[in-house]
Design a protein. Structure first.
Length: 203
């Protein structure tokens, strides 16, 4: 590349060369001349510096976030343990009753009923029977509170018989009763089971 000195009012003898600009010349040295299209730009340098700083900043933030996620020494961050709800005890089972008995019978012959019952808590207070022929029996007794005994789970099996005097279809209702204390009050509980018997005339 050729250079030349330029002063105000001077004319160039090489018109084919592009316009030249004098930059950075010291007073005691001949000025350096560069083509105008290669003149450094302060704006370009500023933009380049900003871009470099932005890239470095993003890389630093990404490294910091990665370190927090990975934890010290590459260990994973332990997730907080979910608090387990306290176990609530199940309520006691209700009073239940079942029966085993024949579906047919004969007038004048006793019919046997086997009753099975269970209660999650309380005190046994008796049984009741409705035979469907106008006859009923009961051994239920009232409870007394407060009780000197602690209520607990109960169960039992017992047998009861009945003799029908006329043919027909009879609906028998068998009940078991228990009670618990609510303060000084006895609370009665009853469970019943229904059984149908076809009673035929005697031969």
């Amino acid at each position: 590349m050729s250079t030349r000195e330029s002063t105000v009012g001077a004319t160039s003898t090489r018109s084919a060369q592009p316009d030249l600009v004098v930059i950075g010349a010291a007073p005691s040295e001949a000025p350096q001349v560069l083509p105008a299209d290669r003149e450094p730009s302060a704006r370009r340098r500023a933009v380049a510096i900003v871009l470099v700083l932005a890239v470095v900043g993003v890389a630093a933030v990404a490294a910091a976030v990665g370190g927090m996620l990975a934890g010290d020494g590459g260990s994973t961050v332990a997730a907080p343990r979910a608090q387990q709800p306290a176990e609530v005890p199940a309520p006691p089972a209700p009073l239940e009753v079942g029966v085993t008995a024949p579906a047919t019978a004969t007038v004048g012959e006793p019919v046997e009923f086997t009753v099975t019952w269970s209660d999650g808590t309380g005190f046994f207070s008796g049984t009741s029977e409705e035979w469907g022929d106008g006859v009923g029996t009961s051994s239920v007794q009232e409870g007394t509170c407060p009780s000197t005994q602690a209520p607990g789970a109960l169960s039992d099996t017992y047998g009861v018989t009945h003799t029908f005097t006329s043919p027909g279809t009879y609906t028998v209702t068998l009940g078991v009763h228990s009670w618990t204390c609510s303060g000084a009050t006895a609370v009665q509980e009853q469970a019943t089971v229904v059984h149908t018997v076809e009673v035929a005339a005697a031969r």
